[in-house]
Design a protein around this ligand. Structure first.
Ligand code: ADE
Length: 229
C-alpha cells in the first residue's frame, strides 16, 4: 500500500519509522512518503495561510500550495487514490472505515492546520480521487497530524502481513461491535489479586462464554451507544 502524507510539520511523522509500521516500511509492505506542504510554495516566507474571506478569527490554508501538492502527488494516478482530510467536521473514523481503507492501494492524507483549508481544495481533490473527511472524535485538535498518525496506524496494521499473527486482529475491541474482554497473564496471584478462576480451568467453552459475557458487560457499562447500534 502506498501512503502519501502532506503536512507543514513533516517531522511529526518520524514516529512512523518505529515499531510494526516501521518494520512494514522496511519490508516494503507500506510505502509511506511524507511531503512538506511548504515545498509547494513560491514566496520568500513559504506562506501557506491567509485571512478568511468574510472575516472571523484565525487563518485559512491557501489553496495554491495544496493544488500543487495534489498535482505532484496524485496527478492522474490510476487507480484513483482515496484522499483523506482529517477534520473535526468530518464523518467519524471507525474500525470499519479503517478496514475499508486498508484495502485501498493508495491513500493520500492532507493535514490541515489553523481554521482549516480553503473549501475549494476539497472540490479539486474530488476530481482526482475519492475524498473522505474523517474525524477522530468529538473534540478539536490543533491540526490533522495527530489524527493522521492514529488513522495510519489503525489502517496500516490491517494491511495483510503488517501484524505477524492475523488472529490477534480478530478478537479486538470494535471488530465485532463490542469492546474487548479483559486479559490476564502470569502470575495467577499478584498483590492479592487473583486471575478469574475460569481462565485457569482449561474449559475452552466456559472461557469463551465468560469472555463473551465480559464483552457485553463492559460494552453496556462503558459504551451503551454501541449496543444501540
Ligand atoms: N483536526 C482537528 N481536530 C480533529 C479531529 N477531532 N479529528 C480529525 N482531525 C482533526
Amino acid at each position: 500500500m502506498r501512503i502519501d502524507v502532506v503536512s507543514i510539520f513533516p517531522t511529526i511523522f518520524d514516529a512512523l519509522e518505529v515499531s510494526l509500521l516501521g518494520k512494514a516500511r522496511q519490508t516494503g509492505l507500506l510505502d509511506v512518503r511524507v511531503h512538506d506542504l511548504r515545498e509547494f510554495t513560491h514566496d520568500r516566507h513559504r506562506t501557506v495561510d491567509d485571512t478568511p474571506y468574510g472575516g472571523g478569527a484565525g487563518m485559512v490554508m491557501k489553496p495554491e500550495p495544496w493544488g500543487e501538492a495534489l498535482d505532484a502527488i496524485v496527478g492522474d494516478a490510476d487507480p484513483r487514490p482515496v484522499i483523506v482530510f482529517p477534520s473535526p467536521a468530518g464523518e467519524r473514523f471507525t474500525q470499519s472505515i479503517a478496514r475499508e481503507l486498508s484495502a485501498a492501494p493508495h491513500l493520500v492524507f492532507g493535514c490541515g492546520r489553523y481554521e482549516g483549508i480553503d473549501e475549494r481544495v476539497f472540490d479539486y481533490a474530488a476530481e482526482h480521487g475519492d475524498v473522505r473527511l474523517l474525524s477522530l472524535g468529538d473534540y478539536v485538535l490543533n491540526g490533522g497530524e495527530v489524527a493522521v498518525m492514529a488513522m495510519v496506524e489503525a489502517i496500516g496494521r490491517l494491511v495483510p502481513g503488517v501484524v505477524g499473527n492475523p488472529e490477534s486482529l480478530v478478537e479486538e475491541s470494535h471488530e465485532d461491535g463490542l469492546l474487548e474482554y479483559p486479559s490476564y497473564t502470569k502470575p495467577s496471584v499478584w498483590r492479592d489479586r487473583e486471575v478469574p478462576p475460569v481462565l485457569l480451568s482449561g474449559n475452552h467453552g466456559a472461557v469463551a462464554s465468560w469472555r463473551r459475557e465480559q464483552q457485553l458487560e463492559r460494552t453496556r457499562a462503558r459504551r451503551p451507544d454501541l449496543l444501540a447500534d
